[in-house]
Ligand binder design. Structure first.
Ligand code: 4AD
Ligand code: MG
Length: 427
């Protein structure tokens, strides 16, 4: 018999279901199991006068995996959807040892047994919502002629700055784990691909212990050519996010509200924008926040958080673009005009989710901006990309895990399939 998803069970049918045993209630004559698959739950009612069932029950534990074949009966007394499954066949596929987790286990214990958490309703929703979000972003880009690329993560030289890069042994010499697909996205521009994106792993050797940092995450990166300014990049990103959040709200808005107590808001276009200097002036005026002098050219964590408050008060908007960073705080490849990097950060609900920019595509300027930072040998291969003609272009990097984390208002450790941090390499 073919397996039926539990949510499709209707009275009056012979079916086969398979899933985890969520609950076992054993009485003298009868036993009641709640069996769960990814689609739903159903009560299985066992008649213990059947000796085969009685024997199986003796070994059955919570979270064991079973196959049940039988008849679906309507029964008003059953709280769970008013139906029960009366089995003819009950097979225990796998017996579960006692579950080492409770709702109140410490986060590190939960991470040790991450797969057991996946069995919960919230986590199941998380993965469905994240899948839809990424799929919506992907289809948005495909409809606009973007192609998806898959760039190497093992590289011969540090990709962005040299700091925060993991070194790995590579047949007797050193290799590094890519900190972003930045250089290769730009290589694609020099190769005339015009519009590319990549969804893939990004590695950062940052010893950060915050609710939003991880040493390996999934980057959603894109790059496109023949832009007039970085505002074209900002516009595309705003449209992309509004589209994705629209899909997530339509499909999962209610479940997210129920299980995470968060409203999915579809952001209005265009997103508000403010220059960094103006933002600091506002934060000081409104909230008495004085940024340390040496941090003035960049966003601080406190400023990100206050930027959310400001953006809600001033524009009624959860997203805020910040422009006008100091050149020495930004990557060397950002195009500059009058010394100002032509780029932005996007803050959502008080956390940076994106850095984007128009890139310097003119070989000589790019080379001198790299030299200023003392980047020589490391970027030699990259500079080559710009020697033989390269269109003006720009793009951004968006952290998919941060997007999920902010969508559901949870720490990044709980927003990822598996978190990686300075103290965590397992499971
Ligand atoms: O801001 P970042 O470092 O920018 C770049 O990688 C550039 N190459 C992007 C570009 O195209 N100009 O990283 C991009 C995004 C961040 O905004 C954040 O969402 C995420 O990646 N991110 C992290 N997420 C989790 N843990 C970390 N340690 C992260 N570092 C960056
Ligand atoms: Mg950044």
């Amino acid at each position: 018999m073919e397996r039926t998803p539990i949510k499709n069970l209707t009275p009056g049918r012979e079916v086969k279901i398979q899933g985890f045993v969520e609950k076992i209630r054993d009485t003298r004559a009868m036993a009641f199991l709640v069996v769960r698959d990814r689609s739903g739950k159903v009560q299985v009612t066992l008649d213990k006068t059947n000796p085969a069932f009685a024997q199986l029950l003796a070994e059955l534990t919570a979270e064991s995996v079973v196959t049940v074949e039988g008849y679906v009966a309507g029964n008003k007394n059953v709280k769970l959807n008013g139906i029960e499954l009366l089995p003819e066949v009950l097979r225990v596929e796998s017996v579960a040892a006692p579950i080492p987790l409770t709702k109140d286990s410490a986060i590190d214990v939960k991470l040790d047994y991450r797969w057991l958490c996946f069995r919960g309703e919230r986590e199941q929703l998380l993965f469905r919502a994240q899948t839809l979000m990424a799929a919506a972003m992907r289809s948005f880009l495909l409809a606009r002629g973007f192609v998806e690329i898959h760039t190497p993560k093992l590289i011969g030289a540090a990709s962005e700055s040299g700091a925060d890069v993991f070194e790995v042994g590579y047949f007797g010499r050193k290799a590094y784990l890519a900190q972003s697909p930045q250089f290769y996205k730009q290589m694609a521009m020099a190769g005339g691909l015009e519009r590319v994106f990549e969804v893939g792993p990004v590695f950062r050797a940052e010893k950060s212990y915050t609710s939003r940092h991880t040493t390996e995450f999934t980057g959603f990166d894109l790059e496109f050519s023949y832009i007039e300014s970085f505002r074209d990049v900002m516009r595309l990103e705003a449209e992309l996010l509004a589209h994705a959040l629209g899909e997530v709200r339509a499909q999962y808005g209610e479940e997210i509200a129920r299980l995470y107590d968060v409203e999915v808001v579809v952001p209005a276009l265009p997103f508000p924008e403010i220059r960094l200097g103006d933002l600091y002036a506002e934060l000081e005026k409104r909230y008495g926040y004085a940024v340390p002098e040496q941090e003035r050219g960049d966003m601080t964590t406190e400023a990100e958080q206050l930027a959310y408050r400001f953006s809600m008060e001033e524009y009624g908007h959860e997203f805020l673009f910040i422009t006008g960073f100091a050149a020495d705080k930004r990557a060397f490849y950002h195009m500059r005009e009058g010394g100002v990097p032509q780029g932005y950060d996007l803050v959502w609900r008080g956390v940076e989710i994106t850095t984007g920019a128009q890139r310097e595509h003119r070989y000589e300027r790019l080379r001198s901006q790299a030299q200023e930072r003392g980047l020589g040998e490391d970027v030699r291969f990259y500079l080559e990309f710009f020697k033989y003609g390269c269109p003006p272009h720009g793009g951004f990097g968006l952290g998919l895990d941060r997007l999920t984390m902010l969508l559901l208002n949870i720490p990044i450790k709980e927003a990822m399939f598996l978190f990686r941090g300075p103290n965590r390499l397992t499971p």
